[in-house]
Design a protein around this ligand. Structure first.
Ligand SMILES: Cc1cc2nc3c(=O)[nH]c(=O)nc-3n(C[C@H](O)[C@H](O)[C@H](O)COP(=O)(O)O)c2cc1C
Length: 370
């Protein structure tokens, strides 16, 4: 069996990923005023020895108001930084896999309830906060009208991104990823559906995201990796389309970004998204074809052959998975077995490898047995 491309190393900036499989950022809604706790220690600890080429920590608010919910992580205080350092230091003791973090600001999607209560705005007795956005346009019915950001406030937010990036640098992350998708603040500036300003930040909708990108590039070491999650489509008439993703990726590359992850949707609740296996891969492929930047595909990728085909066909340089990792944190080990690739297991778990015990076939889900 030829060595599968999925299990070849990839260089992102100064960081070498041992393979092309990435744990996608996943909010856990389990922080206390932005501080990670024991849930994060176990959750990330367990993904840290998954064998993934990169583990990206959840969207972390650059300000307190930049969180989506009261349970979201932040990097806006010393307490946040110390709590996150405890968790990441522990992961470092377990694994050599690179670890990244996603920084973001929720904008008009903030002040929300955690999903298991219901994706809705906080009620008056749930300590809501005033949300901000490029324009005073609510996300949808039942959501408050956000405060329209004034230019000095926009400048302060650029500083907040830098300050959070410096905290991430001190914690020792290998990669930093700007969240400019899923309808959060940077995406709100990029999309004509949410940005209807008449000033320079509306005439050039990339202005604020690129100011943030340039300032973070300055602050983030060149020998680590820097990327962004971007939007391939708003799935709505008059919204962002793949050409916009290409234009944005081109600018990010010019600023010195190493990679983009192409996702989609989230800017308006009424978008009609055609969700099916690999449904966002064509957006990633379009960016990869047009821009000389490393590209990550994401979204309904769960099968090892599917993942391998995306990388082998050159549609993307790497793939990210979220739910597949929650379902099966051993995904990488099993995919490696399927392709005949020998991975270093943690020695404590080496006896679980299929060639080490006859029960392996019984233990694997049917779909994982080659
Ligand atoms: C529990 C959960 C939390 C998520 N949190 C984030 C996040 O913090 N940042 C982000 O960009 N995407 C987030 N996502 C989206 C995933 O990263 C991913 O893009 C999406 O789930 C599609 O990939 P999948 O089909 O492999 O799950 C989250 C998804 C899940 C399931």
């Amino acid at each position: 069996m030829p060595h599968p491309e999925l299990f070849t190393p990839l260089q992102l900036g100064g960081v070498t990923l041992p393979n092309r499989i990435v744990v996608s950022p996943m909010c856990q809604y389990s922080a206390d005023d932005g501080c990670m706790g024991d849930w994060h220690l176990i959750h990330l600890g367990h993904l840290a020895y998954s064998g993934a080429g990169l583990i990206v920590v959840e969207k972390t608010g650059v300000t307190r108001e930049g969180r989506i919910t009261h349970g979201c992580t932040g990097l806006y205080s010393e307490h946040n930084e110390a709590a996150m350092k405890r968790v990441i230091d522990a992961c470092r003791r377990l694994t050599r896999s690179p670890i990244g973090i996603q920084l973001g600001h929720a904008g008009r999607k903030g002040s929300a309830n955690v999903p298991w209560i219901g994706v809705q705005a906080l009620k008056p007795d749930e300590s809501p906060w005033v949300t901000v956005a490029p324009s005073a346009i609510a996300l949808g019915e039942g959501w408050p009208v956000p405060h329209e950001l004034q230019v000095p406030e926009i400048k302060k937010l650029v500083e907040a991104y830098v300050s959070a990036a410096l905290r991430a640098k001190r914690i020792g992350f290998d990669a930093l990823e700007l969240h400019s998708a899923h309808g959060y603040l940077l995406h709100q500036f990029l999309s004509p559906l949410s940005n209807q300003r008449t000033d320079a930040y509306g005439r050039e909708r990339m202005k604020f995201p690129l100011e943030v990108a340039a300032a973070v590039r300055e602050a983030w070491p060149k020998e680590r990796a820097l990327g962004a999650r971007i939007t391939g489509s708003d799935w709505t008439q008059g919204g962002l389309a793949p050409e916009d993703a290409i234009a944005y990726a081109r600018e990010l590359k010019r600023i010195g970004f190493d990679y983009v992850c192409v996702s989609s949707g989230g800017i308006v609740p009424q978008a009609r998204i055609k969700v099916e296996p690999g449904y966002q891969v064509p957006f990633a492929a379009a960016v990869k074809k047009a821009v000389d930047i490393k590209v990550r595909a994401v979204g309904m990728i769960a099968d090892p052959e599917q993942a391998q085909a995306i990388v082998a066909s050159g549609k993307a340089d790497m793939i990210a998975m979220a739910r597949a990792f929650l379902d099966n944190p051993r995904w990488v080990w099993h995919a490696a077995e399927r392709f005949g690739v020998k991975l270093d297991y943690p020695p404590q778990y080496a006896r679980s490898r299929s060639d080490a015990w006859p029960g392996a076939k019984l233990a694997r889900p049917r779909s994982e047995i080659a």
